[in-house]
Design a protein. Sequence first.
Length: 328
Amino acid sequence: MHIKLIQIDGDLPNMALMKLAHHYRYEKGAEITFTKSVRVDMFEPKYDAVFASAIFSVSAKKVALLKDYCPEAIIGGTGINEEADEFIENYPDLDYSIYPDFPYSIGMTQIGCSSKCPFCCVPNKEGKNRPKDTIAKIWRGDPYPRQLILIDNDFQNRDGWQSICEEIIEGDFEVAFIQGINIRKLTPEHATYFSRMKFRDRNFNRKKFYCAWDNEKDRKRIERGLDILATAGIQRSDVTPYFLCNYWHKGLTEDVWTRFLFMAERGLRPYCMVYEKWKLPPNDDLKIFQNWINSHNCYVKPTREGFEEYKIYRISSKVIHNNDAEIF
């Protein structure tokens, strides 16, 4: 038996494909071919099954291309509005061998979410927030580093979050919550645990506390959460809020500027995420604004004037940016 697995998008290991790889390799004795290309080479063998995963809707063109090349491919993932297959959701093991250069451990301690943000697929896809795996289950064990990438969507808002924190603390793990901690619902109790944890960025190079600020109306709750973090000793320069643009209001609007200036003045390091970015024309102001922030050029002069200077530079240097894929 020969199985082909295709990761259509995303730069992190795809857990659904890792589960399929483990199932077919170790339970069915199959040979596994893994690729990130949707194209089919004329010299490729005939596979018994082809599985592919798309996380982002921006990958629609790649999905369509794969269907042309390989009509029999089974394609899943949130990028094509497919709910998780029950087998995939419940299968317990991952095959890391398809990502030989990935040294960390990846997983989820919970699934679902306690919020119902209209732009997010998680509530419909996963339902209410509930526990999933322990740290003992997620960590690969020696000789792999005690470095965890957790893709929890709502870590601290379900029963049992304290025990997971204790596992992380007592096991001396470094942890990157790359989906972000819900700072709007942060409490002093959460902070007493978080202050003892080693939060890191996704490459484990520096301290990093990921969170989100999607709506200007949440300002008071965001401020309160930041104050709680500061009291717990988590420095604002180590806090990176993902901040959503182009959803509530289209374009580089005043609510975008208000949130950015608030964060910049307080020493935060935001990461700009543009909703349906692929629909914007090349060199749209919001695209340039996103690059200004995410490339950290904004911190040279984090003001409206600084942005205008950067925009002139970008346009005068004839750098044309088309619909780049989202990082997250």
